[in-house]
Design a binder for this molecule. Structure first.
Ligand code: BGC
Length: 517
């Protein structure tokens, strides 16, 4: 089988239990995902609230409220300023995760999470009290700074803390927290809109200000979290690291794992410039995956649903509350389906989930595209839509969302965080987060314009990428299930495609050493 099914030879089998401590530590750290999720989920709903549009984006409000069923439904939300509101955050996150990589390496993963929570809290408050578009966007920028810090540190924290046999499931608690954040935000939008529809600006202020709650969770959580053994060793705190590892693994002897962590850290210390090191041939597989995995994760088109499900449902003729309610259904499916991945990832591996999810999303995107072409054509004028059509569409979207939730969603964070060796881990993770943010930004920014211009073709556009990314995984991704994180190098050495990069480099190094003798 191309690329997969490689059992790492000489693999270690570190002893250790699935302790309560490891579970609670990972649970608290995963709170970092809540802030990201809340934010992902809140903007779509807020931008479909009429009072919010009237207050900040009156032109969009006029355009969409005057659009009748006979006007082009694909284009009624097309506004650059409106999408800038959603997407400005991701630009800020992109910048901040680059700074976060230096902080995580020098001061540890925990301090970075704390900084993330504080920045996010400030952004939430700015948004809740916003009385101008400027203040609104400034708030979004601070939220973005916070997310950049959290997303840079939390996945690494989880992968380093978890015993390797449960790393997949424990890391996926980050994604689970993201889906909870999205779901809670959707619920908040729905309930606040329902209850405070006639109370002026209260509904959207509560929705946006609600982001302060997950921010407080992560701030408090980070006070109680220990730093990871890997990070403590990296900063010369060996004794503390060993004590921490003993507690996390729940056994009396962690010497083998500890010595390997020290060895990895010694090797890492030789690398003074992680950024330029990452560009050398030896790290080609990690660099390729740090770029392709987040890019492809976004090119699944999932965020079109996350951000714009209410807008999308409104486009196909649902009312305002019905749209928010349908978006809640898709968010619920997103949350529940993540458990499938948590249950299966350490048993069946990463590749099979990536491939199955990819096929499922491909098929549903093609069918949704076809259904939209049939009903909306190129004029975007569907006439009356039947209840059956609307229900089928929601069902198809749910199947698509489930596919994402057990494949590219969680794996998009898990795989990068486990394949980078310590010496370049922080830098590579920063690339992973920034590429994710660039693509999240691009999709958030251009979606409404794409829908307006590409019409139903938008769904075929994403299905094309789903096909490409599934082929990419099939051919190039080795299986990383059950491989200790600091032993991951072996996986590349045994891979039919990547071995020439990794092994050849070793050969050159050995040749040079021989010449020097
Ligand atoms: C992605 C987000 C997406 C979310 C949906 C995350 O893994 O990074 O962009 O909105 O999953 O659950």
């Amino acid at each position: 089988m191309a690329g997969g099914g490689i059992a790492p030879s000489g693999g270690k089998n570190y002893p250790g239990k699935f302790t309560k401590r490891v579970f609670i530590t990972c649970l608290v750290a995963a709170f970092g995902g809540l802030i990201f999720g809340y934010d992902l989920g809140v903007s779509g709903g807020v931008t479909s609230m009429d009072v919010f549009l009237k207050e900040f984006f009156p032109k969009v409000y006029l355009k969409q409220s005057s659009a009748s069923v006979s006007t082009n439904q694909y284009c009624k939300f097309d506004s650059e300023t409106l999408t800038l509101f959603t997407s400005s955050l991701y630009l800020a996150a992109l910048v901040s995760c680059l700074c976060a990589s230096t902080i995580t390496r020098a001061l540890g993963r925990r301090v970075t999470m704390l900084a993330g929570g504080l920045l996010f809290l400030f952004g939430a408050l700015l948004n809740a009290f916003a009385h101008s578009v400027g203040m609104l966007i400034a708030g979004r920028l601070f939220l973005g700074f916070g997310i950049g810090f959290a997303n840079q540190s939390v996945p690494i924290y989880l992968s380093e803390t978890a015993p390797y046999r449960f790393r997949g499931a424990l890391n996926m608690m980050f994604q689970l927290a993201i889906t909870i954040g999205i779901l809670v935000a959707g619920l908040a939008n729905y309930l606040f809109d329902l209850k405070y529809k006639n109370h002026g600006n209260l509904a959207w202020r509560l929705s946006l200000g609600g982001a302060a709650v997950p921010a407080v969770f992560i701030i408090l959580g980070s006070f109680f979290l220990p730093d990871t053994p890997n990070s403590l060793i990296e900063r010369g705190k060996h004794e503390e690291a060993k004590a921490q590892l003993l507690k996390l693994r729940g056994i009396d002897n962690v010497d083998e794992e500890f010595n390997d962590l020290v060895e990895a850290s010694e090797a890492a210390k030789l690398v003074k410039h992680p950024w330029s090191t990452l560009l050398t041939r030896k790290y080609r597989p990690q660099l390729v995956f740090a770029i392709c995995i987040p890019a492809f994760q976004q090119l699944t088109g999932m965020n079109v649903i996350t951000f714009y499900a209410p807008v999308l449902f409104k486009t196909v003729g649902f009312g305002s509350s019905a749209s928010l309610a349908s978006a809640l259904i898709t968010n619920g499916v997103n949350f529940l389906a993540t458990f499938v991945s948590i249950g299966l990832v350490d048993k069946f591996g990463r590749r099979i989930l990536f491939l199955e999810g990819g096929v499922q999303m491909f098929v549903t995107q093609v069918v949704v595209g076809g259904a939209m072409a049939w009903k909306f054509g190129t004029s975007g004028n569907p006439g009356e839509l039947s209840k059956g059509f609307a229900a089928t569409l929601v069902t198809l979207i749910c199947i698509y969302v489930a596919g994402f939730a057990w494949s590219w969603g969680p794996l998009g964070w898990l795989v990068p965080s486990e394949i980078f060796p310590l010496e370049v881990r922080s830098a590579a993770q920063a690339i992973n987060v920034s590429v994710n943010m660039i693509f999240t930004f691009a999709i958030a920014q251009v979606f409404t314009a794409m829908l307006c211009h590409m019409k139903f073709g938008l769904f075929f556009f994403f299905s094309f990428f789903l096909f490409v990314m599934s082929c990419f995984i099939f051919k190039y991704l080795p299986e990383t299930k059950g491989v200790p994180i600091e032993e991951m190098g072996r996986v590349w050495e045994q891979h039919p495609f990547w071995r020439k990069y990794v092994v050849q480099d070793k050969g050159i190094a050995m040749g040079k050493a021989a010449q020097n003798v």
